[in-house]
Write a protein that binds this ligand. Sequence first.
Ligand SMILES: Cc1cc2nc3c(=O)[nH]c(=O)nc-3n(C[C@H](O)[C@H](O)[C@H](O)COP(=O)(O)OP(=O)(O)OC[C@H]3O[C@@H](n4cnc5c(N)ncnc54)[C@H](O)[C@@H]3O)c2cc1C
Length: 253
Amino acid sequence: MARAAVSGGLKLRRTWRPAVLVERRQETPSACSLVLEVPGWPGHLAGQHLDIRLTAPDGYQAARSYSLAAPAEGEQVDITVQGVPEGEVSSYLVGDARAGDSVEVRGPVGGWFVWKPEQSGPVLLVAGGSGVVPLMAMIRTRDGINGAPFRLIYSVRGPEDRIYHDELRRRAAEDGELNVTFIYTRTAPEDEPRPAGRISLDDLVSYGWPAETEPTCYVCGPTGFVETVSDLLIFLGHDSTRIRTERFGPSGP
Ligand SMILES: Cc1cc2nc3c(=O)[nH]c(=O)nc-3n(C[C@H](O)[C@H](O)[C@H](O)COP(=O)(O)OP(=O)(O)OC[C@H]3O[C@@H](n4cnc5c(N)ncnc54)[C@H](O)[C@@H]3O)c2cc1C
């Protein structure tokens, strides 16, 4: 009986569902958030993603994965897409998708790279580029539920690439248990004391948690970024079983 219920749930998550784009918000010059209405959406956990499938008039189809950016609101889900140069699906979603467009989605997908409100211990979030999306879902889910202390270290090329910048600044100003640090790899703002450069051991020491506090660490971004940060965290003494990673490499066929 229980097995039938579980396999029924899995089948539902693997089934493509029709969805309609109901809202789009420009986040940066090259990234936008999309709100999708998905009839029958079963709900999701912070950190999970969905797959989205586009179908061209000639029947050609392309599917990609996108992290869920916020807790579900009824049957509405949020994703944030960073345009990739020459990217087949991201270019369409960022450049052409409009409210009223129909797509298909399936999910939610993923069970390890998740944060649940009952986890009350400290959390370190380390994002590279659009890797901030599932980490933002954790920050938004945590809001008002429990006071687990969160520290976010968010690596971007320059100020114009900061997704959710205003919301992150506002949340950090209002919430003493949320700390947000931007790391600029190419161009730092004039008033930024840290010179532009890739994330380093010093950054993780200065803006992360000491290993003795045993934080759960979530690291998300391009594959090379995730591997570098994971190695640095292990070097600093963090237990590998508490380091959870998600790589945003190419997900198409
Ligand atoms: C679990 C998971 C969650 C993801 N969540 C998000 C998300 O929340 N937001 C988001 O914007 N993306 C996310 N991605 C990445 C997304 O699935 C696509 O890979 C990305 O949008 C590029 O797809 P595309 O069709 O535009 O590019 P493609 O046409 O597939 O590729 C075009 C070119 O870009 C390169 N490329 C492909 N993907 C990337 C990438 N991610 N970074 C840099 N170069 C790339 C390819 O190698 C190729 O050269 C996620 C990926 C995974 C696996």
